[in-house]
Design a protein around this ligand. Structure first.
Ligand code: LLP
Length: 380
């Protein structure tokens, strides 16, 4: 038996999700889906995503190394990030990645200089801040002009001109990303309309963008994960198919993270103690925010179930971790089947931004990640 707390990834659900993505994306000509690897780098999860043929969206040199070691084609890597260090740019050039996503003129100049020293041409998309709001948590909104990301729309033409002045830069197109956990398709429609306006501007100046990259952001159903294990990719891709006016042969790129892996992962934890305190009842578990930080950081809610008791003897608990911080709470007033020491709980929808955001605060051990196949073998 494996020690709790640990992550477990449902490989069948992951494969079904990837099939749904590939099917829905194939309705758009010249579309390319990249997996935003920041969501989860569990090696077995990466193997399955690689097999399904997705490209990659990276935001660090470490991610570039990780995905290349996992077998992804470097020529499918978009490399974004607001602060790329010189060694990361060098790593990207050494590996001949597909395209840098550039967020400022100073960054463009540094990439040009390093590419020049290497006798290489760096392909570049410009990340434009479209000033389109997404209806999601403030910490994961990125597309407003007050956010640190991207190039202001009004500066777009100047930065494209700057690209043509730099000998080792090739302008490839435009990149956008408005935020994460977006469930209202109108937000993506607003993005598409903004891109249409910007494309008209480019056309008027006789500039061709080979690539439009619309980033990621599609949300998942945290409230009813068992009823909705696979996000509604048909609606998502059809927004772009119907609203975006692509030019002939233009490539359309997507960078999906959460919607690819979110529902296939859960955090398994054991109840250490049940403690009554005034009107409250706490289920103190062996996982903490070091294992899953989303509730503490974003007030995110993940559905919790008791795997050891599935009866209808429901009681109300605050499910909390052992870390010495009052924010170490997974959820308050959770209705769980009667819970006792030794029961195993599952915290659902934790495949994205779960294991990868774990830390060792309090000198805790990092949680391990397993797949459903590993556990079946272990139990034999
Ligand atoms: N592309 C770019 C440029 C991004 O910054 C992100 C996510 C993605 C794609 C993928 O977005 P997704 O499809 O996963 O929404 N840790 C937070 C989420 C941070 C998202 C950061 N950027 C959370 O746990 O909710």
């Amino acid at each position: 038996m494996v020690a709790t707390p640990y992550y477990i990834y449902d490989t069948k659900l992951l494969k079904d999700t990837l099939d749904a993505i590939n099917k829905a994306a194939s309705t758009i000509e010249n579309s390319h889906v990249h997996y935003a690897v920041k969501a989860c780098t569990n090696p077995k999860v990466l193997d399955i995503i690689c097999e399904a043929g997705l490209g990659i969206d990276c935001v660090s040199g470490g991610e570039i190394e990780t995905v290349i070691n996992a077998g992804f084609n470097p020529n499918s890597i978009m490399f974004a990030g607001v602060g790329k260090a010189d060694w990361e740019i060098q790593t990207a050039l050494d590996n001949n990645i597909f395209c840098f996503v550039v967020e400022s003129i100073p960054e463009l100049e540094v990439i040009n200089e390093i590419a020049g020293k290497n006798n290489k041409i760096a392909q570049v998309c410009l990340r434009i801040n479209p000033n389109v709001g997404a209806h999601t948590h403030a910490n994961i909104v990125t597309g407003l002009s007050e956010n640190k990301f991207g190039i202001n729309m009004d500066d777009m033409m100047d930065v494209i001109k700057k690209c043509s002045d730099l000998a080792n830069i090739k302008f490839m197109g435009l990149h956008f990303h408005i935020g994460s956990q977006i469930l209202d398709m109108k937000d993506f429609e607003a993005l598409c309309r903004r891109i249409n306006e910007l494309q008209d501007k480019l056309e008027a100046a006789n500039i061709r963008a080979e690539i439009i990259d619309v980033g990621g952001g599609l949300g998942i159903d945290y409230d009813n994960p068992e009823e909705n294990p696979i996000p509604d990719f048909d609606s998502y891709f059809s927004v772009f198919r119907n609203t975006l006016k692509l030019r002939p042969k233009q490539q359309l790129h997507f960078e999906l993270g959460r919607s690819v892996v979110g529902q296939c992962g859960r955090l398994i934890t054991k109840v250490l103690y049940v403690k009554k305190s005034g009107p409250k009842q706490f289920a103190i578990v062996d996982a903490g925010f070091t294992d899953l930080i989303r509730p503490a950081l974003y007030n995110a809610r993940h559905k919790i179930i008791n795997l050891s008791n599935t009866g209808d003897d429901l009681e109300t608990y605050d499910v909390v971790g052992p870390i010495c911080e009052s924010s170490d709470v997974f959820d308050k007033d959770v209705r769980l089947s009667k819970t006792k020491r030794g029961d195993v709980l599952a915290i659902l929808s934790a495949g994205a931004y779960g294991e990868i955001m774990a830390s060792q605060y309090n000198c805790r051990k990092l949680p391990q990640g397993y797949t459903t196949e590993d556990i079946m073998t272990d139990n034999k």
